[in-house]
Design a protein around this ligand. Structure first.
Ligand SMILES: Nc1ncnc2c1ncn2[C@@H]1O[C@H](COP(=O)(O)OP(=O)(O)OP(=O)(O)O)[C@@H](O)[C@H]1O
Ligand SMILES: [Mg+2]
Length: 245
């Protein structure tokens, strides 16, 4: 009997070990999915900006502007790669940035899809709203929110980007009048891997965006309606206002 118990115990240990290994693999798989998600956006932006630069080859000022943005997106890819390899932590590169400029860049990098869908862009941005952020990460968040809005919008739909300031906070809203999120799904949209886009989406965009905003002492929240004739979704980023020295 004691040999049988010993055998059983051995088998249990082996099972535990196998389970631990598969958990490790699952975490590694999730991690690489997250990295691919974050790298895909800047790569698309880079290809879009290269296309724009070629289109406007005769206009040196425009070309320089596109190349500057392209470099910023490339820096983003490099940052993600370095971060992945553990070269430096995300907290390092926080610096005072005007969020209005980040919003403008995010709109610009989605230019191609905005014009293909003939979307109506409404911008209401205060001129200056300084926040202490990692600009690349915040560009990524905005880019994720705009990509989601575009997925939900019909052709010729409206996408509004609003930037407001209060005494000590900055609010950035990304609002669409698309199909909206049904109430039973509202509690799930920030869950990693929750997607309604089948194999078109990873379901990581909002989970990663929320994590990034919270790392900046901010909040990311959503409101949505699926009511006929008044459907739409608003995501709001709230960040502490950085007092200019
Ligand atoms: N603006 C929006 N309007 C309607 N539904 C939305 C909106 N934003 C998010 N959602 C819902 O939340 C889900 C999760 O969004 P999330 O960005 O995390 O992943 P995804 O967009 O599905 O995948 P990926 O980000 O990889 O493209 C979406 O699949 C969609 O159902
Ligand atoms: Mg998304």
């Amino acid at each position: 009997l004691s040999t049988r118990i010993q055998n059983e115990q051995q088998r249990l240990r082996e099972l535990e070990e196998a389970l631990r290994n598969s958990e490790r693999l699952a975490v590694a798989g999730q991690f690489s999915a997250a990295i691919m998600h974050e790298i895909n956006n800047p790569l698309e932006a880079i290809s879009h900006l290269a296309y724009l630069a070629k289109e406007e080859a005769d206009n040196a000022t425009k070309v320089r502007e596109y190349i500057d943005l392209l470099e910023a997106e490339l820096a983003n890819v490099i940052r993600i790669a370095k971060q992945t390899l553990g070269f430096y932590g995300p907290a390092d590169a926080l610096r005072p940035v005007n969020l209005a400029e980040v919003a403008e860049s995010a709109i610009l990098v989605h230019g191609r899809r905005i014009s293909t869908k003939r979307l109506n862009i409404v911008k209401r941005l205060v001129e200056q709203a300084t926040v202490k952020i990692h600009p690349g990460e915040m560009l990524q968040v905005l880019s994720n929110l705009i990509a989601n809005a575009m997925d939900a919008l019909p052709d010729q739909g409206t996408l509004s980007i609003r930037l407001r300031k209060t005494k000590d906070k900055v609010h950035l809203l990304v609002v669409d009048d698309g199909h909206g999120i049904p109430p039973p799904l509202m509690g799930k949209v920030f869950d990693p891997f929750f997607t309604t886009k089948k194999d078109q989406g990873t379901g990581l965009g909002l989970a990663l965006s929320k994590a990034i905003v919270e790392r900046h002492q901010g909040k990311l929240c959503a409101r949505s309606s699926v009511g006929k004739g008044r459907s739409g979704t608003a995501f709001r980023i709230t960040l502490p206002l950085h007092e200019a020295a």
